[in-house]
Design a protein around this ligand. Structure first.
Ligand SMILES: [Zn+2]
Length: 346
């Protein structure tokens, strides 16, 4: 009986199966439609978050990712297809395009950038919730500080192999990431590049993240339990552990020491990202067309308006408009830096 419902038109029909779900209802739906979510990282977790929240009618989505679509992503990164990988589209841009076609009533903005201490607060400051779709602890601890400082709920999530973990951080009410894990986990952590991943391990974790995001965005934060959820889709063993109250001695949420944010002037020049790849940060924007012409004489070049791919075996460089580059074919930061200088002249 769409005609009896207040919103009228297509949105009523669009969300009818969701508003029938009593804990959300019409009222919760209206709040979702005027809310804003920021998704940090648009890989396996983030592309699922983005798709689910767009379909649920969350009014504004900000999608942040530093990377471009590759063929090895398609197994688990739900939003992308072979043409995105062929074009080498940045994930944030590919995701934005896809979601515009999924739901034209919401605002979707893809931002191609690397989240770091210099930009994180600006990127998240207007969010009603932040979803963690990142793949590393450096970004998570940074987001944790920014979220606590600005009192924004954020939802940690990670998946590798058949295993996943998630916890929702409501600043001031539930333990923050630094309460739960005071130190960055040491040693070599298994990653999707070394231990592999089942696509449903990622979507299972992402589903729990999205469910809590929907509670928060529909005005029902009190329904979020202070729990750490772990699950293994291969063994079929979900476990939920109560995490109690925030640590009264926590550096971040109790003492408000934001050491990572305060280090904003010291942006690292290079970051290891994945297996056999290094990211080199750029200082200023580049002109893709001019660079494409210059590099075209030296190797294979493919470019679009967002990024340029340059292949000079055994290396493959992807250079983004902001001057940042991801260099595949080396684990050596000095080598990556020197390739960057050699081909970009800076
Ligand atoms: Zn804390």
């Amino acid at each position: 009986m769409a005609a009896d419902l207040p919103n009228g038109g297509s949105s009523t029909e669009k969300y009818s199966r969701q508003t029938l779900f009593a804990p959300l209802g019409e009222r919760g739906q209206r709040r979702l439609m005027s809310s804003r979510a920021v998704i940090v990282g648009c890989g396996a977790l983030g592309s699922f978050h983005a798709s689910a929240l767009a379909r649920a009618g969350v009014g504004e989505l900000i999608l942040i990712d530093r990377d471009y679509v590759e063929e090895s992503n398609l197994q688990r990164q739900w939003l992308y297809d072979e043409s995105d990988a062929r074009e080498g589209l940045p994930k944030a841009i590919a995701a934005e395009r896809k979601l515009r076609a999924v739901n034209s009533e919401i605002s979707v903005t893809g931002i191609v950038t690397d989240v770091d201490a210099t930009n994180v607060e600006r990127l998240i400051k207007d969010a009603d919730v932040i979803l963690d779709g990142s793949d590393n602890f450096a970004v998570r601890y940074l987001v944790n500080e920014a979220a606590v400082k600005n009192s924004i709920p954020w939802i940690y999530g990670a998946a590798v192999g058949s295993y996943g973990v998630t916890a929702t951080i409501l600043p001031g009410r539930t333990p923050c990431l630094a309460c739960l894990l005071p130190d960055v986990p040491g040693g070599a952590q298994p990653t999707c590049d070394t231990a592999g991943i089942l696509n449903v391990a990622a979507s299972a974790v992402a589903s729990f993240q999205v469910a809590n995001a929907l509670k928060i965005l529909s005005g029902q934060s009190e329904a979020v339990e202070p729990r750490l959820l772990t699950l293994d889709v291969w063994q079929g063993s979900p476990r939920s552990i109560g995490v109690g109250d925030p640590d009264p001695e926590c550096r971040v949420c109790a003492h408000h020491e934001f050491n990572l944010l305060d280090a904003a002037g010291t942006r690292p020049g290079t970051i290891l990202c994945g297996r056999n790849a290094i990211q080199v940060s750029g200082d200023s924007p580049i002109d893709i067309e001019i660079l494409a012409t210059r590099l075209g004489t030296l190797g294979e070049v493919r470019a679009n308006e967002y990024a340029l791919r340059f292949v000079t075996p055994p290396y493959e460089m992807t250079i983004f408009v902001d001057g940042r580059a991801i260099i595949k074919g080396t684990d050596d930061p000095a080598k990556a830096r020197s390739l960057y200088s050699r081909f970009l002249g800076r």
